[in-house]
Structures are given as C-alpha cells and as structure tokens.
Design a protein around this ligand. Structure first.
Ligand SMILES: Cc1cc2nc3c(=O)[nH]c(=O)nc-3n(C[C@H](O)[C@H](O)[C@H](O)COP(=O)(O)OP(=O)(O)OC[C@H]3O[C@@H](n4cnc5c(N)ncnc54)[C@H](O)[C@@H]3O)c2cc1C
Ligand code: FES
Length: 297
C-alpha cells in the first residue's frame, strides 16, 4: 500500500493517473448519493475505466477536480481512503453554480469528469510509529475523514490516534455514526463536541473544540498534529497546540483557496511564492507561518 502513495510535497505531475493530459478528465459514474447533513451530500463514485477504477490511488488530504460539461468544474477533497479500492467518495456542500447543479440535476448512474488526484496530501509516512492527534472543525471533517479511515485501516503502523471534532450543533456532526463506532471499537479515541446542543439529546461534549485540547495527554515530542477547519478555528487551535509544546513542523493544516486549473498553470491559487494547488492544500504550520495570508484569509 505504502508504495502506491505519491511522494509528499511533489508538484502535480504532468501526467495524472486519470489521464495523459492533466486537463483531460476521466469519466466516473455516481454509484450512490447520501445526505450527510444540511446541504451536504456524500457521493460514491467509480471510474468507468475498470483498470483506472481498481488502480486509482491517492494520499489522504489530496483533492480532485470534478467537472460537469456545460456547467463548470471545482476542487473537492477526498473523504475516503486509498486503502479502500474500486471507488472513491466526495462530500459536497451546496455553495453556488456548480454545486447547485450537482444537487439539483445529478442522480445515481450519472457520469461526471474527474481530474486528479491533485495537491500534496498529508505526510502519513512521517506519522508512522508515533501518535496522531487530529483536530477538526465543521466541514474540515471531510478531508480528515479520509485520513481517519487511512489511519484505522493501517492501525498497526501508528500508536495512539486521537480525534477532536467540533461542530456547531448535533445535526451538523458529519459521519457521526461511523466515528462513534470507531471510538466504541477502540480504533481511536474520539471526542465529539458541539458549540450548543440546542436542547437536543446529545451525549458528547458541549463547548469549543479548543477546550478539548486541554484534556489531551499525548506527548508532543512523539505526536504529529493535523488540523482542518474554518479560519477562526486555526487561530485558536494553532495557538493552543504550540502552547502545549507541539513543534510547528509537527503540525499540519489543510487550507482551501480559490482554484481553477488545480495543476499550477492559471495562477488563481497563488499565495506569496507558492501555488496552493501544487504545494498544498496541506502545509506544515512552520511553512504556513511564512505566508500568514495563507491561513487567515
Ligand atoms: C482544495 C480544496 C478542497 C475543497 N474541498 C471541498 C469539499 O470537500 N467539499 C466541498 O463542498 N467544497 C470543497 N471545496 C470548495 C469547493 O471547491 C467550492 O465550494 C466549489 O467549487 C464552489 O463551486 P460553485 O460553482 O458551486 O460555487 P460558485 O458559484 O463558484 O461560488 C459560490 C460561493 O462559494 C465561494 N467559493 C467558490 N469556490 C470557493 C473555494 N474554493 N473556496 C472558498 N469559497 C469558494 C464563492 O466565493 C461564492 O461565494 C474545496 C476547495 C478547495 C480549494
Ligand atoms: S489553481 Fe491554477 S495555479 Fe493553482
């Protein structure tokens, strides 16, 4: 499995697994559509080319460009794990022209265009042999769910895996059943928290995800931390992690920017000296500090 992963930090290759030309999408069929929450759906997809379908591999944290002819194309993270072969998933939130079309017109059996995998992904080999602390806020759980599945599927390679996941309210907790079951099985220590339970039945914690960090007893010198969430989440989570003794090069963030081509050609995702589609969306906190506008805008 390990050998199939692209090298971390690499630039997008001129030939992608999905096609000879990085601009040319490969057809993928929508196998299943499930509601994940308010205005967010989980799509199971499979490439129509059987060889590509079985061999498609990626690194947790990478993304693909999904295109619909005559409508548009957009970048979406992969919330599934490369350890689960034959299909992949996308968690899509309704946001505008393309996603409205996907929600209102596409059904199971329809075909979309996929380019990828793109970007760098999490440096999972570096996590091997140590503990992994995953901190997620809101929709940040989409790419981090792929990472969690990867860590759990290769459980023997990692020591403790802890996930802290904060959402606004109970109905906004994504993948709740799956995460609770991982926790029950002892695959990972998972703490779910909501800002407010709004009077609903909620057995998890109430309060901000940053409060949960206080209770984490992992040794920062042998742990890698991964965080993904909205800009305000980073402000507090990164401060807390550093305060707890995590070195900035042991903290990894996944950051979204406006993207078009996804392969370093159009310049839309440029920040300072870097193109986030090539050198991201995953950055170490150390690298991101040199480009402050990367995190907070
Ligand atoms: C690396 C990466 C991974 C992403 N992963 C996911 C994912 O897993 N699930 C998901 O639902 N979305 C994800 N997004 C965001 C997604 O690409 C956009 O929501 C989508 O392209 C919007 O297209 P649209 O035509 O529906 O909306 P538009 O009509 O283009 O825009 C609607 C609104 O969304 C804003 N917007 C558009 N694109 C972005 C963007 N890239 N970042 C922030 N705001 C944007 C616009 O400013 C506008 O306010 C990701 C973005 C990036 C860069
Ligand atoms: S999206 Fe075109 S250069 Fe990054």
């Amino acid at each position: 499995m390990k050998n199939l992963l692209p090298t971390v930090g690499q630039c997008a290759p001129s030939v992608l697994p999905t096609g000879q030309n990085p601009y040319l999408p490969a057809d993928a069929r929508i196998l299943r559509i499930q509601d994940l929450g308010d205005d967010i759906k989980l799509f199971d997809l499979r490439f129509t080319d059987p060889v590509l379908a079985e061999n498609f591999s990626f690194r947790p944290g990478q993304f693909v460009e999904l295109g619909v002819i005559g409508v548009g194309e957009g970048p979406f993270s992969l919330p599934s794990s490369p350890t689960r072969k034959g299909f992949f998933q996308l968690g899509i939130r309704r946001a505008g022209v393309l996603t409205d079309y996907i929600f209102d017109h596409l059904t199971e059996g329809d075909i979309v265009g996929i380019r990828g995998p793109l970007g760098n992904g999490f440096p999972v080999e570096r996590f091997e042999g140590g503990d992994v602390l995953v901190v997620s806020g809101g929709l940040g759980m989409v790419p981090l769910r792929g990472l969690m599945q990867y860590l759990i599927d290769q459980r023997h390679l990692f020591n403790r895996v802890v996930l802290l996941y904060g959402s606004r309210s109970p109905e906004q907790v994504l993948f709740r059943e799956e995460l609770e079951s991982m926790n029950r099985r002892g695959d990972a220590d998972i703490v779910l928290s909501v800002d407010s339970d709004e009077g609903q039945q909620w057995s998890g914690k109430t309060g901000f995800v940053t409060d949960l960090l206080r209770e984490v007893d992992l040794d920062p010198s042998t742990t890698h931390a991964v965080a993904c969430g909205p800009p305000i989440f980073y402000k507090f989570v990164l401060e807390k992690l550093v305060h707890k003794g995590y070195a900035k090069d042991r903290i990894f963030l996944s950051l979204e920017r406006r993207m078009e081509c996804g392969v370093g050609k159009c310049g839309h995702c440029g920040v300072g000296y870097t193109f986030t589609c090539l050198h991201g969306p995953v950055f170490s906190y150390w690298d991101a500090l040199n480009l402050p506008e990367l995190i907070y805008t």
